[in-house]
Design a protein around this ligand. Structure first.
Ligand SMILES: Nc1ncnc2c1ncn2[C@@H]1O[C@H](COP(=O)(O)OP(=O)(O)OP(=O)(O)O)[C@@H](O)[C@H]1O
Length: 360
């Protein structure tokens, strides 16, 4: 296993990149600790696969270096990097049994038969396929084949890292939940450095200790799931993480207040008068239905989603959602919302800014 460092990495598919738009990856530097579980999260086309391919050696970066531990591997081919990869679609040998498929990477390394057998048994147990070990892969469902791919990715203990590229795409929704939980358990048990690419926030947040959120080729924030939720550094993170995402409202901020469409809102701490496009952001569970006090709210529809309700509507012409506990009655005369000052973030040109001082 190894610590992975991305040092001033940037990539363009164009032979002569000029404008910012020519860069599939904008300059980024990150360090991932040995044994950590990381997710690369972002919508389609944001550069996740490009970054993963640079780490695995399938792609040479236009700029910057990749280090495994203290070793610069930028110019090394994939085979020399000692990594395991699990792709979106299963890669299994149909004519082999499940056992032979799982054992394949270990046989390649010339491990003794007893160690191979023990390891294959352990992995088969973790992926729930111990009863199918002697079946041929041919004829198994795509789910089962992908489980074999996952198992094969994890069978070697001496790899520097395991890279997963949207590995649950072909898995049916119910099984997804189970495999996600298993992957987390596998990480705990085996302690590999794992990098997991996904566009699905639930997958990223349940799997990773740290999530790297990408947008348009840029790393907009890297942090724990909790920190992304509580203090998104960018409006994209606020909107992309959470269900529904963060509410964003254009505002004028001055000192300890924000003015939104003529209504003054108290903030928890004063801000220096920011210049640029100023927005306040608030999570749907940090806004409360109110009658007579707060921002005028127009309710469009209510969605019952089990243990809570989502009230979808508008504030000052912008979409605005509230999440309220299922048992909380809707207030008579509900036509406004109040915001918890401690949970309001202030964003300038999409980036979060800090207050001058935090209220004690
Ligand atoms: N081989 C290539 N040649 C030229 N441009 C490419 C190539 N591969 C990717 N790109 C471009 O680079 C950008 C990043 O693509 P990338 O596949 O890394 O994104 P992604 O986040 O993995 O998306 P997806 O989830 O759809 O795979 C996109 O604009 C894409 O069109």
């Amino acid at each position: 296993m190894a610590r992975i460092t991305l040092d001033s990495l940037a990539h363009s598919y164009s032979p002569a990149p000029g404008a910012e738009g020519d860069w599939a990856l904008k300059p980024m530097s990150l360090t991932w600790r040995d044994g950590g579980a990381y997710a690369l999260l972002g919508s389609s086309g944001c550069g996740k696969t490009t970054l993963l391919n640079i780490i695995s050696g399938l792609l040479h970066p236009t700029r910057g270096r990749v280090l495994f531990g203290d070793r610069d591997v930028t110019d090394q081919p994939t085979a020399a990097r000692n990594i395991a990869q699990v792709f979106q679609f299963p890669v299994v040998y149909d004519t082999m049994t499940v056992r032979q498929n799982l054992a394949f990477p270990l046989r390649n390394r010339g491990l003794p038969a007893d160690r191979i057998a023990a390891r294959v048994d352990a992995v088969a147990r973790m992926i729930g396929m111990q009863d199918a070990l002697d079946r041929r892969a041919q004829g198994l469902t795509p789910d089962a084949k992908q489980k074999i791919s996952l198992g094969r990715g994890m069978v070697r203990q001496d790899v520097n890292a395991i890279l997963f590229d949207e590995p649950l795409t072909v898995i049916d929704p119910q099984m997804k939940w189970e495999l996600r939980t298993q992957l987390k358990a596998l990480h705990r048990e085996f302690g590999h450095t794992m990098i997991y690419v996904t566009h699905d926030q639930t997958e990223a947040l349940t799997f990773a200790d740290e999530v790297v959120v990408m947008s348009e080729g840029r790393v907009v924030q890297a942090g724990t799931p909790q920190s992304l939720f509580d203090a998104p550094a960018h409006t994209f993170v606020g909107y992309f993480i959470g269900s529904p995402g963060m509410n964003l409202l254009d505002a004028q901020v001055s000192g300890g207040t924000a003015l939104v469409a003529g209504t003054t809102i108290p903030l928890a701490a004063p801000y220096a008068a920011p210049k640029g496009r100023v927005q306040i952001g608030i999570r749907p569970d940090a806004a409360r239905p109110s009658a007579g006090e707060g921002l005028p709210f127009r309710l469009i529809r209510t969605e019952d989603v089990g243990h809570h309700r989502i009230l979808r509507g508008e504030v000052a012409g912008a979409p605005f959602n509230l999440v309220v506990p299922e048992d909380q009655p809707i207030l008579a005369g509900f036509d406004r919302v109040t915001l918890d000052p401690a949970r309001i973030g202030v964003f300038v040109d999409d980036w979060r800014i800090e207050p001058l001082e935090r209220a004690a």
